[in-house]
Ligand binder design. Structure first.
Ligand SMILES: Cc1cc2nc3c(=O)[nH]c(=O)nc-3n(C[C@H](O)[C@H](O)[C@H](O)COP(=O)(O)OP(=O)(O)OC[C@H]3O[C@@H](n4cnc5c(N)ncnc54)[C@H](O)[C@@H]3O)c2cc1C
Length: 362
């Protein structure tokens, strides 16, 4: 857990940092919020939703209690709406790389973009791991990353007037091809097959632009990168006709999809069971006091990797975090239906028009 917090920028002093903004990380904000705890969400993806938005946004889900059917994207939209009263900080597009316990028992949490949090507790909701782009692995490519080789577009304006080569055949590759063709000097799309895994309308539009000579498409495979005076100047591509030629470029964009990697979580000194984090089933605490794990990332006897299991885990973890942060303070179990305090925290106080009802102690 080697840390260099002095080189990072303090983003928040908070009760909890949640690593992962998938469905379980989002619902964790809600359960913490009901107990009066503030949370910051960090995710390596540029959007919230984890596997739901990254892998199957338009597929129907049938096993969320009281929602007979909704798409994965709708589930994430609803969760984000549900946690809005608790106003979590969203820190997307950055990976939590370091978690270090301090002498005072709090945690320094640092991301790969130099964002730092001072947190009372950490809840890992990292799912199957941090989603990483599938990289171009030909020799010499890596050193151009972030300069002329990109796996993500942060600012489309940086590609204006340039010669672009785009690799990929899915929605991201096609969407960016269609957007950047309007800004770039030239665009060449390269995909290993003539069949695409993208919306048919995008493919049609790309082929129409190719007909008009506005962009080029090569069915082929990149064999190597070409450099000129230390900078990336082209790629060698073997096309379907068997001929290998050089395609010149200023910028290379690769959209080959994402794959999950446990990544830095494995370095935080936690007891692991292969690619999961061991927890107890009362608090969902890991082997390090103050660090909890919920959702697909955790492991305990009988674990089932379902969203609904993660929701239950989030509720219990929230109570445990509250006890950890306020030792000796009694944590009451209250109903949202009847508790004026919970309704105040939810921003709905007075809306039910009912008298406060019974309270139950945990
Ligand atoms: C095709 C498909 C269909 C499915 N259908 C269903 C279904 O019908 N019902 C059901 O219950 N479940 C279903 N599942 C499973 C369900 O999607 C998962 O159980 C659920 O997504 C787990 O949620 P999570 O929040 O634990 O993790 P995830 O959704 O995996 O989110 C974890 C997030 O953590 C982030 N992360 C990890 N490490 C870091 C780090 N170091 N720094 C920053 N961010 C990090 C990742 O980028 C990711 O966004 C399905 C899964 C698939 C693939």
């Amino acid at each position: 857990m080697s840390l260099s917090p002095e080189r990072s920028k303090l983003a928040a002093v908070t009760d909890v940092v949640i690593v992962g903004a998938g469905p379980c990380g989002l619902f964790q904000v809600f359960e913490l919020g009901l107990l009066g705890l503030k949370a910051e969400l960090v995710d390596s993806l540029p959007q919230a939703g984890g596997q739901c938005t990254e892998l199957y946004p338009d597929k129907p889900i049938y096993d969320i209690p009281a929602i007979p059917v909704c798409t994965a994207r709708e589930l994430i939209d609803r969760l984000q709406e549900q946690i809005r009263p608790f106003n979590p900080g969203y820190h997307l597009g950055q990976e939590v790389t370091q978690v270090g316990r301090r002498a005072d028992g709090r945690f320094d949490v640092v991301t790969n973009r130099g964002t730092r949090f001072d947190a009372g507790a950490v809840i890992i909701a990292g799912g199957v791991g941090s989603f990483q782009p599938r990289r171009l692995t030909v020799e010499g490519a890596e050193k151009h990353e972030g300069r002329s080789l990109h796996y993500r577009v942060r600012d489309a304006a940086q590609f204006a007037g340039q010669d672009l080569v785009i690799l990929g055949g899915g929605d991201s590759a096609l969407d960016w091809t269609l957007e950047l063709v309007e800004k770039a000097n030239s665009v060449v799309l390269i995909h290993r097959r003539a069949e695409f895994r993208a919306a048919p309308a995008s493919v049609e539009r790309m082929l129409a632009l190719r007909e008009q000579g506005r962009l080029d498409f090569i069915e082929g495979t990149v064999q190597s990168v070409v450099e000129a005076e230390g900078r990336l100047s082209g790629v060698r591509v073997t096309a379907r006709d068997g001929v290998t030629r050089t395609v010149s470029l200023d910028q290379l964009l690769v959209f080959w999809g994402l794959h999950p990697k446990l990544g830095p979580i494995a370095e935080w000194g936690l007891q692991l069971n292969r690619r999961t984090v061991a927890v107890d089933t009362a608090k969902f605490q890991t082997s390090v006091p103050g660090i909890y794990a919920v959702g697909d990332i955790n492991d305990y006897p009988g674990k089932k990797k379902l969203i609904l299991s993660g929701f239950h885990e989030a509720a219990l973890a929230a109570f445990a975090v509250k006890e950890h942060l306020r030792p000796g303070e009694k944590v009451h179990l209250q109903y949202t239906t009847t508790s004026p305090l919970l309704q105040k925290r939810l921003g709905v106080a007075g809306e039910s028009g009912e008298e406060p009802g019974a309270r139950h102690s945990a």
